[in-house]
Write a protein that binds this ligand. Sequence first.
Ligand code: TYM
Length: 335
Amino acid sequence: MRVVSGIQTTGRLHLGNYLGAIKQWVAMQDQVAEAGGESMYFMADLHALTDRVAPKELADNTIEMTATVLAAGLDPEKSIIWNQARVPAHSELTWLLNNVARVGWLNRMTQFKDKAGKDREGASVGLYDYPVLMAADILLYKATHVPVGEDQKQHLELTRDIATKFNSDYGVEVFPLPEPMISVAAPRIMSLRDATAKMSKSNPSDMTRVNLNDSDDEIAQKFRKAKSDAESLPDTVEGLEERPEARNLVTIYAALADIAPAEVLAQYGGQGFGQFKPALADLAVAKLGPIRDRLVRLLDDRGEVIRVLERGSERARAIAGPVLREAQDAMGLQL
Ligand code: TYM
């Protein structure tokens, strides 16, 4: 079992990233080690280049995001933690896989369509090729499991298609097919202002998301001002079906408290948002406050954060090298 996942180093980590991905990563570290497997988590700084960003800002984001995942509980003794740019094999395998992936496959990627918008001709080649780099991130380590939020599912399916075509084109079994592990508790956390859009780093309004470095007051204010409706909470989960805002807030409460949404409704069913929102804000402050406090302390020692990435990159390179050579060998690139 080898678990691999990554996070793009754009902006700051928010509650959607935490509940959809990082909380799972932290929870799995011990189980994976007990099963004799390996956990590998990386900062996708090469992917961040597709969102044009100032160089200094990109470097700061990479350090801050690394510190955030450490503050959230990733342990460099239990998991390999590194940044993509320090393992050149990610880029090398991308080029090899570019010759396996089909233009028609990439044309179907919804993230590219959303991000490129109407100006497809003006989009960078990097943005278009983003999913192939992601396939390389996963296949380079022969990952068996990839814990991600639901929004990455299409990219995981593409990764499996690329692996299958590579193996069959070259008559080899180099790449195992990775299984996506979509969070059950929080597959898709929605914006606090518009429950039809996912909570995202790229939304210009900060009120749409809770960041992992928000102060207690900011967290409380964002939940107080979160969009809701005029009715009281239902007694059963079925009652949330046509109420996307209520469903999102109940999902967040349940995921933070590690209980099922039905248990949240058993407690709060019949009560209005005037009671539920302050309870949710208190819970979020209790769960996220300690992460933020650890983050602030970690950022006092950037050198230590960089050392974690250096050690992790070295370990990742040692695993990636032989796999890249296997792929090169299959393609006739080893003489
Ligand atoms: P990124 O950086 O957008 O998000 C990191 C992780 O957080 C999850 N996520 C969410 N989950 C639930 N609700 C939300 N609102 C929400 N927003 C984000 C994402 O699904 C993801 O698991 N392309 C990836 C990074 C990546 C990667 C990889 C992941 C690069 N290479 C290889 C896995 C394997 C991305 O941009 O995630």
